[in-house]
Design a protein around this ligand. Structure first.
Ligand code: GLA
Length: 401
């Protein structure tokens, strides 16, 4: 048997992690290759990744798990607990699925990208998917499914990939096969997160670093009734606007070296404000300030200055609301209620926005009672349920061998 994925990476051994990682699917590990990947929250760094900026994220203890068994024929059979019937595709003609089969694209995308990188998938396979991670909540169930299946495939067919390679390949699967122009945040955090840390990504260099997760604090997720739909939503529009304003700023500032929007400083942006449309100014304002807020939060966390870091989480939400216009009335309502509560250090929308979830970073004493207070106010206001999830950072991508 080849060395395990974990051993190759020099990460914690299987035994050290086994107790931390829940087994979601029935059946024992001898029946196939089992891999698991968590969801994530974006702690701060909203829409900075595809603009070359900093992002800080954490894994959460809700996961996707896959079990892969090789077949003797050339059929791919994908089965999800959440969707019947299974998706069946011949290995030689992997095509993008639509409608109720669209969930399979995250796995099929990995099949295509792994083969494109030179890995030979010499037989068909069965792959079962189970999950405790809500879908459509902006918690990166897609990145978790890409990475869990990519790692299982790599283990099954002898791909000698580094964890970091899988991160990039998962992003490519999403960009090229699924068709969402996402940055690297979700995949990097899902793969590199851990129970004790936040993951800091510098999207320009793709360098990552662990920032200790402040002890005796927690994360709560508040899932609104509006599912975010990344590919059809304003995500693509924001992506295009960010590119347009970067081009315009390069011209206006005569700065050809501004490779990314974050290379423009807030004061440079103010100098040319009048030359920009209101919308493009606001988009740029969000990105250049959010990048710097994220850098500041990293410094503040390292210095133990939690209250100051928390205030920047609120400032991030405000900038999303006013400048990037990717918040919703429901998300604003939740963040406003959280801002009034004892024990909330900071709160903001998390991920792409346009629906989905808000997160709160809380002190140890914050609990069910306070979370239910927010949900109660939400039900009164919108007549809908607000799902609340208490989370803690959790092990990242993991493979049993
Ligand atoms: C989604 C994308 C990420 C990132 C965030 C917004 O989660 O997948 O790459 O752009 O939105 O920060």
């Amino acid at each position: 048997m080849s060395q395990s994925f974990e051993q190759r990476r020099g990460q914690k051994s299987v035994d050290e992690w086994a107790s931390d990682v829940s087994l979601i699917l029935d059946g024992n590990t001898n029946e196939g290759i089992r891999a698991s990947a968590p969801g994530r929250v974006e702690f701060i760094g909203n829409h900075t990744d595809y603009n070359g900026g900093w992002v800080l994220g954490a894994t959460i203890d809700r996961r996707v798990e896959v079990v892969l068994q090789r077949r003797s024929d050339r059929q791919i059979r994908l089965q999800s607990e959440a969707a019947v019937p299974p998706v069946e595709v011949p290995l030689g003609s992997v095509e993008r699925q639509s409608g109720e089969w669209a969930w399979a694209n995250y796995i099929l995308g990995m099949v295509e990208v792994l083969q494109g990188e030179g890995m030979t998938i010499e037989s068909g396979f069965d792959l079962r998917v189970g999950s405790t991670l809500p879908v459509g909540a902006g918690l990166s169930s897609s990145a978790a499914l890409e990475l869990a299946s990519g790692a299982a495939l790599s283990e099954a067919y002898g791909g000698e990939f580094l964890r970091r390679d899988l991160v990039r390949m998962a992003q490519r699967a999403e960009n090229e096969f699924v068709g969402v122009p996402c940055g690297l945040l979700d995949q990097a955090v899902v793969a590199l997160g851990g129970a004790d840390r936040l993951v800091r990504l510098d999207a320009r260099s793709e360098a990552t670093a662990a920032v200790p997760f402040p002890p005796e604090t927690g994360i709560w997720i508040f899932r609104t009734h509006q599912a975010h739909a990344l590919s059809e939503s304003g995500y693509q529009e924001r992506h295009d606007e960010a590119r347009a304003v970067r081009e315009r700023l390069r011209e206006l500032l005569g700065n050809e070296e501004a490779e990314y929007l974050v290379d423009v400083s807030p004061s440079q942006l103010e100098e040319v404000k009048r030359e920009l449309s209101k919308t493009l100014y606001r988009r740029a304002r969000h990105v250049v300030t959010e990048h710097r807020r994220t850098q500041r939060v990293v410094q503040l966390l390292k210095a133990g200055r939690r209250a100051a870091a928390g205030r920047l989480l609120f400032a991030s939400h405000e900038s999303s609301r006013v400048n990037y216009e990717n918040s919703t009335e429901a998300l604003d309502f939740v963040v406003d209620r959280l801002a009034e509560q004892e024990g909330v250090l900071g709160a903001r929308l998390t991920g792409a926005g346009f629906g989905g979830a808000a997160m709160a970073w809380t002190r140890a004493g914050y609990g069910e009672e306070q979370a239910h207070e927010v949900a109660g106010a939400y039900a009164d206001r919108f007549g809908m349920e607000l799902e609340t999830l208490a989370c803690r950072p959790a092990p990242g991508l993991y493979v049993w061998t």
